[in-house]
Design a protein. Structure first.
Ligand SMILES: [Zn+2]
Length: 187
């Protein structure tokens, strides 16, 4: 059943990142598991991607809410990506890629005040314009982060368990581009 999504006030603050190159977001206060931390696309959607947008649908890229454009990637993140659609003016969860209006970052465990907020970029990005070598330090770190399309078959299989409707629909539409993932999706 669809769940109505609401955002708490001041869930995060922006700080200089570990590598001092840019900024990152940390929890402004304890965020219990299940908290909707922030979202991409809930306030603005643009036709072309930028450094800070997140793909919502084909040709639709969500602008981050409340200056949340600096959420870090982690291969073992503390938020999940939850797709939502607009219904009667409210954001409700959906699994239908065609109607996704925004992607919400939902705490997948209790997040402590001051803890860096992260999500897994490859759960939503098919082929990233700016790939990078991950330094999340987790035992399951995939190393080079460049988009779902480019992940190994084993990693795609893991990613599919939590991937957004956009990825699931892309896999379904382009089995030749991701044979392993397509096989897993239809298994
Ligand atoms: Zn990593």
């Amino acid at each position: 059943m669809a769940v109505v999504v609401a955002f708490p006030e001041k869930a995060f603050t922006r700080v200089s990142s570990r590598d001092k190159v840019g900024s990152t977001l940390v929890a402004a206060r304890p965020l219990p598991k299940g908290t909707s931390v922030t979202a991409y696309g809930s306030e603005e959607i643009v036709p072309e991607p930028t450094m800070h947008t997140l793909a919502i649908r084909a040709g639709a890229h969500g602008v981050p809410r409340d200056g949340a454009e600096f959420v870090s990637h982690s291969c073992s993140p503390n938020t999940d990506l939850v797709a939502v659609a607009l219904k009667d003016g409210k954001l409700e969860t959906t699994t239908d890629a065609a109607v996704v209006h925004a992607v919400v970052l939902v705490a997948n465990r209790d997040i402590a005040e001051g803890e860096e907020i992260s999500f897994d970029y490859e759960l939503n990005e098919w082929d990233m314009a700016t790939p990078f070598t991950c330094q999340c330090g987790n035992s399951n770190c995939r190393g080079y982060i460049s988009g779902f399309k480019n992940a190994t078959a084993a990693n795609q299989e893991e990613l599919l368990k939590k991937a957004t409707p956009l990825i699931l629909s892309t896999v379904a539409a382009a089995p030749a581009a991701a044979p392993a993932a397509a096989a897993a999706a239809t298994a």
